[in-house]
Design a protein around this ligand. Structure first.
Ligand code: GLC
Length: 438
């Protein structure tokens, strides 16, 4: 893009303070693909044309949809904001849009799904965001490309003629305007995704010029000045509102041109984002918790995804996964909200998060009674297990010299209970002395 992108199209830190504080959100991938129950990309993967995919639209009737229940589960899990797929790549719109018939009101369910959703999550005190797909495999003006369901048809080239991406970009602006004006204040908009340069059989990939990303972003800013916009519009900038690593935990805090940025990883319970009946790769409670802790320890957020069923429910596996968060967060959220990367270096098998003078030691590998914290001798005023506020003592210089560091060493050796507390990841809360730094 030739145009210079002005920094005021992006949010200053203070407008993102709530986001960095809250750390943990729920992603929801829901649409008619939930009926196929074999990945939200099923239309592309199986190269279905509109007629073949139509059966999901014609049978979409989530009779058990109760967003208040979703919101209650999100809140119990400790999630503070939510992002719902208003439209995914298949182009199906969950709201009563004027731009296309291809929306929830024309399915057997017959109603807008977004209004009750927004109301329910706001009532639980969560901030509300929308995921909005840039690709649209149903829109007649959206050109064929490497992901389009019709890409391998013999008549693909002919099918592409007459399609006009500029018309599609105008539709996107209308759809996004509807989403940002009809449902009160929206806190996050999550565009997905850009793939310039990925040419396939002569069909080019798509990026900011195709989406008319700058125009779209300007519109978003005008309608919702404080909204957080993710980085997948493909606009080059040093100051994106939020970077979005997907399905992996970064090794170090992500940067853009050497500068630290706000970031949020998105992750799934089992691999697919939409409901997948037969997937057998569900993460364990321990893995789920470590994803959250690892992220906060590096100063990032976690957007953890649920794919509701075609009846509008969270299935039992999703409920169990959320319960794992709920049980842990009930006792440990102090080490998550408002916490971030610590300047101290955690020992092997541990992760630190820090909030002011509280340093949280997340113990992934329970040691045999003694945990050595380098660089913390003399810097801690008090220590306790976070799950039950039981005091954790540390060894003094008068203890047996065979396992205590020599006097003058900077290591603080905590004396932990022999038995690991009955929580998935135990945490020691250290109250640092005034001004303690490494
Ligand atoms: C990917 C996929 C998609 C999912 C998204 C979530 O870009 O296309 O199905 O919605 O990531 O981050």
């Amino acid at each position: 893009m030739s145009e210079k992108v002005s920094a005021d199209l992006f949010l200053p830190e203070e407008k993102k303070a709530w986001f960095s504080h809250d750390r943990f959100g729920m992603f929801i991938h829901w649409g008619i693909y939930a009926l196929a129950a074999r990945h939200e990309w099923v239309k592309s993967r199986e190269e279905m044309d509109d007629a073949a995919y139509r059966k999901y639209f014609d049978h979409f009737d989530p009779d058990l949809y109760n967003p208040r229940e979703w919101a209650a589960r999100a809140s119990a899990a400790g999630m503070k904001y939510v992002g719902l797929t208003a439209k995914h790549h298949d182009g199906f719109c969950l709201w009563d849009t004027k731009t296309t018939e291809y929306n929830a009101t024309n399915t057997p369910y017959g109603r807008d799904l977004i209004a009750p959703f927004v109301e329910a999550f706001r009532a639980e005190g969560l901030k509300v965001g929308f995921y909005y797909s840039l690709p649209d495999w149903q829109h007649p003006d959206f050109t064929l490309d490497m992901y389009h369901p019709l890409r391998n048809r013999e008549d693909a080239v002919a099918l592409n003629t007459g399609r006009n991406m500029s018309n599609y970009a105008a539709t996107m602006r209308e759809q996004v305007s509807e989403l940002l004006t009809a449902y009160g204040k929206i806190d996050v908009i999550w565009f997905d995704f850009s793939y310039p340069g990925r040419t396939y059989k002569g069909f080019p990939g798509k990026g900011p010029d195709d989406w008319q990303s700058l125009e779209l972003l300007r519109l978003v800013r005008r309608l919702a000045p404080d909204i957080i916009v993710n980085n997948r519009l493909g606009i080059e900038t040093d100051v994106p509102d939020v970077l979005t690593p997907e399905q992996y935990t970064p090794r170090t805090p992500p940067t853009v041109n050497g500068r630290p940025v706000t970031w949020e990883m998105c992750q799934t319970f089992s691999g697919s984002w939409g409901y997948h009946r037969d997937e057998d790769s569900w993460k364990s409670p321990e893995q789920l918790l470590k994803i959250l802790i690892d992220g906060v320890a590096l100063g990032g957020n976690l957007l953890m995804n649920v794919g509701p069923t075609g009846r509008g429910t969270f299935d039992q596996r999703a409920i169990d996964a959320l319960d794992a968060y709920a049980r842990w967060m009930k006792l440990h959220s102090r080490s998550i909200y408002g916490a971030g990367q610590s300047p101290f270096t955690a020992p092997d098998g541990c992760r630190y998060t820090q909030r002011g003078n509280r340093l949280y030691v997340h113990i992934y590998s329970w040691p045999n009674q003694y945990l050595h914290l380098d660089g913390l001798a003399g810097k801690v005023a008090y220590a306790q297990m976070l799950n039950d506020a039981s005091e954790v003592q540390w060894l003094g210089a008068d203890t047996d010299p065979h396992f205590v560091p020599p006097v003058g060493d900077t290591t603080l050796t905590l004396h932990l209970p022999v038995k690991k507390p009955d929580v998935v990841v135990p945490v020691v809360e250290l109250f640092l002395k005034e001004g303690a730094t490494p």
